[in-house]
Design a binder for this molecule. Structure first.
Ligand code: FMN
Length: 352
């Protein structure tokens, strides 16, 4: 991390977390931060659900909810970006404060509740997107919608022409009853609607499903079965957790979804179980608590074809992307893997 980035983070950490988040957006827009472009090497280049990635590290959903930072983010080193969540209509989200830093735990709690400017604003920005890396959209449902399942299909129909992939997010804990859509029948019906919307797009794009880390063994098996039947192209494991075990920070009892370091083990276990349940037949994206090259590598060896991160950027800044990728390349080389793909799932058993 450069001195400038360190100083910038120190300032941001003295501010209210949501104001700091807005300030970080402004800094990126103004051109601050490292600009390595997509980092790549023959070892790091990989394929996810038919998309060629310069490297397997993506930005997780929620950082750029309104797709306002596509151009600056394209230069930060990531192999792919996921923006959103976007709902059909704009909505304000939950009352503030709704974002909390848990510094002692290297974690974050958020209860944003899908605050976003709606699919029309997102589509306008996505229409002028950069094409140097794959970009996907996290689909959400309006809080006051009378047809939440239909909302996912609506956003996909409206924005799909500008996307490389779309993610069905039924795993956010911050919209009441949203996660009920992860149940077997509800999920099958919802995914059928989304796949129908995809069939109407000018170009077929992969559809991903993002799951919660708090599913029971039986619920996880149901999700895997429904995803396979619906021919989902990849599963993202996982979203934030409601679990609060082992936290020490003063904000530990705030309502919302917990992300960052305390989520790492739990989300990696879910990932490994999902890899076993799907026999490695559905590509998996591992997300939850990645803050080092070793952790990105551990997710890959637990079964992830690619990985994403968000919360660690709060503590380590955007240069972390470059550090993780250089470290990952070295770890693959150390262990004799010529490609990321060769390492996928090779240590799954230790997480089961
Ligand atoms: C402030 C914040 C907002 C988020 N918003 C979304 C969202 O809109 N959609 C979604 O699928 N996940 C959202 N997430 C979850 C992240 O994409 C990711 O799954 C989770 O934070 C775990 O990764 P991490 O530990 O690297 O942060 C959000 C996370 C945070 C911290």
């Amino acid at each position: 991390m450069s001195l400038l980035e360190r100083a910038g983070l120190a300032v941001l950490h003295r501010m209210d977390p949501e104001q700091a988040h807005d300030m970080a957006h402004k800094a990126l827009k103004a051109g601050f931060g490292p600009k390595p472009g997509p980092i790549s090497s023959p070892r790091l280049e990989t394929t996810l659900a038919g998309m060629t990635l310069a490297n397997p590290l993506g930005l997780a959903a929620g950082f750029d909810k309104n797709a306002t930072l596509l151009h600056p983010l394209a230069h930060c080193g990531f192999g792919f970006l996921e923006v959103g969540a976007v709902t059909p209509r704009a909505q304000p989200g939950n009352p503030k404060p709704r974002l909390f830093r848990l510094g002692e735990d290297r974690a974050v709690i958020n209860r944003f509740g899908f605050n976003n400017q709606g699919m029309e604003a997102a589509a306008e920005r996505l229409a002028t997107r950069p094409h140097s890396l794959p970009i996907g959209l996290n689909l959400g449902a309006n809080k006051d919608s009378t047809d939440r399942a239909g909302d996912f299909a609506r956003v996909l129909s409206h924005c799909g022409a500008f996307l490389d992939f779309a993610t069905v997010n039924v795993s956010s804990p911050n919209t009441e009853k949203l996660r009920d859509l992860q149940g077997k029948d509800a999920l099958a019906a919802l995914l059928a609607g989304v796949m129908e919307a995809r069939a109407g797009l000018p170009r077929r794009i992969p559809v991903f499903l993002k799951i919660a880390p708090d599913l029971s063994e039986a619920e996880l098996a149901d999700v895997a079965e429904v995803a396979a039947n619906a021919r989902i192209d990849a599963i993202i494991a996982t979203n934030t957790t409601l679990d609060r075990s082992g936290l020490t920070s003063p904000h530990r009892d705030q309502a919302g979804g917990l992300s960052g370091a305390p989520l790492f083990e739990k989300s990696t276990r879910v990932l490994a179980r999902l890899h076993r349940l799907t026999d490695g037949n559905i590509p998996l994206v591992g997300v939850g608590g990645i803050a080092t090259a070793e952790q990105a590598y551990a997710k890959i060896r637990a079964g992830a074809t690619a990985v994403q991160l968000y919360s660690a950027l709060v503590y380590s800044g955007i240069s972390l992307v470059t550090d993780i990728l250089r470290g990952l390349d070295a770890l693959l080389e150390r262990d004799g893997f010529d490609t990321v793909a060769a390492a996928v799932g090779t240590e799954r058993e230790i997480w089961l």
